[in-house]
Design a protein around this ligand. Structure first.
Ligand code: FAD
Ligand code: AMP
Length: 475
């Protein structure tokens, strides 16, 4: 194997592996180093997203949503499924099979693009040299014209609730439970906490989510957040906002959680506690002395809008740099950097990044929330269309939620789209594309949407912004 490459990527998650593949497509010689090891000790490409994040969580969300629907919602269609039950071992086996196929797929994709995959630890040395230590312990010094750092992130730990891997677990642990806990506590009502809480609630756990902030889903448009809170409540999730966890102690088979809220000191006993209070950039062992790469106060690698670290030929992308910790954001940064290295055009439009929460109903948005638009002082208009008025949603028996579009009052430019409802994560793609092309509400109004589809909800929301909705009364 060569010791010298055009590009070395450190990290094979959804930021690193696309960077390596695109660099290979651009005709460059590339190595991609990744140190991920699963709980069973097997090495795998794909990073957090494929092994312990996006993919396994969506697999479990799908299985548990089907189970929930079979129990609670099939009867209305006339489908009788008495005695429906869930075999957790089969569900987990399916999830692991999906993860394995996807991570093996990444290895195949890397090889297909001519990338040299290296499994082990990578450390940036000065002058674009990289020390590689394989999982077998072999150490080699490699060199490259460009090094791309894509070391990702790791869960934030709470001193007050230390992970023991048994009763107090992190999000990865919550994806690997082999039995349904009777009482499940979740610290943090962020995207990960809500998704994991939903999975186990649907299987019968009594779920209590403790969230330090007073506002539920503060990152989302608040009309959306309020609607979401209603549905979580209906599912039976007990979400307590303004509840800051101060301690957690394992007592026999239970965990005693202490927290403070507006009323003072509170406590809660659960069988399993999931700590889902966010993630922090992971750079342990990544940078040798004297590389010149800077970290900011929160530990993120400092980069500009093109992911340049300021050190000639050293770039950083994905969760280890500023911006939302999302797989698709990292992927686009990886592609941009690989194109810039090859002398091509590259850009990430950070203004238009979709967010999706894969609960039921799904929650998705892009652009500014109504609160942000209002705060900017820009005159705006809003159109809302409830799925209740959608023929397709009715046929699907999935009429929860709405599509909301916010546009500039004067120019008509779409500023934000917020959807809670069936397949919201898929529906938001149209809004992302529209905004990428600086579309106006009128552009969407004049675009034909197939009938009956869920996508008509966005069409009608655009019409509603001008009080011209056809399938709903304009107010
Ligand atoms: P990572 O995926 O963390 O990959 C970094 C890789 O680099 C790892 O394999 C790591 O082992 C390796 N590495 C680190 N340092 C070194 C080193 N020195 N040498 C060699 N290798 C190294 N995002 C979404 O967009 N959609 C979702 O639905 C979603 N769901 C999620 C659900 C959960 C439960 C979690 C935890 C996260 C979820 N995320 C989701 C977030 C998403 O997983 C991350 O944003 C994404 O994985 C970041 O990609 P990355 O490549 O920057 O880092
Ligand atoms: P996210 O960063 O979106 O993954 O969400 C993590 C959530 O955890 C945030 O909403 C935080 O407010 C919340 N959080 C952080 N620390 C605590 C704590 N000690 N008790 C309760 N919630 C917390």
């Amino acid at each position: 194997m060569a010791d010298s490459f055009d590009v070395i990527v450190i990290g094979g998650g959804p930021a690193g592996y696309p960077a390596a593949i695109r660099a290979g497509q651009n005709g460059l010689s590339v190595a991609c180093i990744d140190e991920w090891k699963n709980h069973d000790g097997s090495a795998a490409f794909g990073g957090t997203c494929l092994n312990a994040g996006c993919i396994p969580s969506k697999a479990l969300l799908e299985s548990t949503e089907l189970y929930h629907r079979a129990r609670e919602e099939f009867a209305v269609h006339g489908i009788q499924v008495p005695g429906v039950s869930m075999d957790v071992a089969t569900m987990q086996k399916r999830k692991s099979g999906i993860v394995k196929k996807m991570t093996d797929g990444v290895m195949a994709l890397l090889k297909g693009a001519g990338v040299t995959p290296l499994q082990g630890h990578g450390r940036l040395l000065p002058d674009r040299k990289v020390e590689f230590k394989s999982h077998q312990g072999e150490v080699r010094t490699l060199s490259a014209k460009h090094v791309v750092l894509a070391s990702g992130s790791t869960p934030i730990e709470l001193k007050s609730a230390p992970i023991d891997g048994r009763r107090i677990i992190d999000s990865w642990g919550a994806l690997e439970l082999t039995a349904v806990p009777k009482r499940l506590g979740v610290i943090g009502a962020g995207v990960i906490g809500l998704e994991l809480g939903s999975v186990w609630r649907r299987l019968g756990s009594e779920v209590v989510v403790l969230e330090a902030l007073d506002t539920f889903l503060a990152i989302a448009d608040q009309q959306l957040a309020k609607e979401a809170a209603k549905h979580f409540k209906k599912l039976g999730m007990d979400i307590r906002t303004g509840a800051k966890v101060t301690g957690a102690a394992v007592k026999g088979d239970a965990v005693k959680v202490s927290y403070t809220d507006a009323k003072g000191e509170q406590s809660l006993e659960v069988d399993t506690l999931v700590v889902a209070v966010g993630r922090r950039p992971f750079t342990a062992g990544l940078l040798a002395e004297g590389t010149g790469v800077q970290l900011d106060a929160r530990g993120f690698i400092t980069v500009d809008d093109k992911c340049r670290t300021g050190v000639e030929g050293v770039w950083a992308i994905g969760d280890c740099v500023r911006g939302p910790m999302l797989a698709h954001k990292g992927k686009e940064e990886g592609v941009m950097v690989a194109d810039l290295i090859a002398g091509h055009y590259g850009e990430v439009n950070y203004r238009i990044e979709p967010s999706v929460i894969y609960t039921a109903p799904e929650i998705a948005w892009v652009g500014e929330t109504e609160e942000q638009v209002k705060a900017s002082g820009r005159p705006y208009k809003v159109g809302v269309f409830p799925f209740m008025a959608s023929g397709r949603a009715r046929a699907m028996e999935s009429t929860q939620g709405f599509a909301k579009l916010i546009a500039d009052k004067a120019s008509d430019e779409i500023l934000g789209v917020h959807i809670i409802g069936p397949m919201a994560g898929e529906l938001i793609a149209e809004a992302v594309l529209a905004m990428e092309y600086t579309a106006s509400a009128e552009d969407l109004q004049r675009t034909i949407h197939a009938h009956p589809t869920l996508s008509e909800a966005l069409h009608e929301a655009a019409l509603a912004a001008d009080k011209r909705a056809i399938d709903n009364i304009n107010r």
